[in-house]
Design a protein around this ligand. Structure first.
Ligand SMILES: [Zn+2]
Length: 123
């Protein structure tokens, strides 16, 4: 037994729920297949507040070691700067190209923070 498509008259196998040729549902009550395709024009909007918060967290984590190390002359704080890489490493794995770009910028900020902290550490 075959299932004849009402839309294009294609003969489908009887276990097909959707037409193999045009995708029309072959059984009563079946909803048309929904295909979610993301392209660059249909990206979900960015949460700007979350992006700004990520920058603040990254700057705080990566630069606090430098600032605290300078003030306290206790260079052990410089090692905290590595926590600054937490946010960028998360963001560069994002599917969103804008978020990936922000992740790279944050990574650069973290590298500068780490470099400054180790300058303090070694002097
Ligand atoms: Zn069909």
């Amino acid at each position: 037994m075959t299932r004849i498509c009402k839309n294009c008259s294609f003969e489908n196998q009887d276990y097909y729920d959707y037409c193999a040729k045009c995708g029309t549902p072959l059984i009563e009550g079946a909803r048309p297949k929904q295909v979610y395709v993301y392209n660059s024009h249909q990206l979900p909007p960015l949460n700007k507040k979350a992006v700004i918060a990520a920058y603040i967290v990254t700057i705080f984590l990566s630069w606090s070691g430098f600032v605290v190390g300078l003030i306290s002359k206790n260079t052990i704080f410089a090692t905290f700067t590595f926590f600054g890489f937490f946010m960028p490493f998360y963001l560069v794995q994002s599917k969103h190209p804008t978020l990936r770009r922000h992740g790279l910028i944050m990574m650069a900020i973290s590298f500068v923070g780490v470099a400054l902290s180790f300058y303090v550490l070694l002097h």
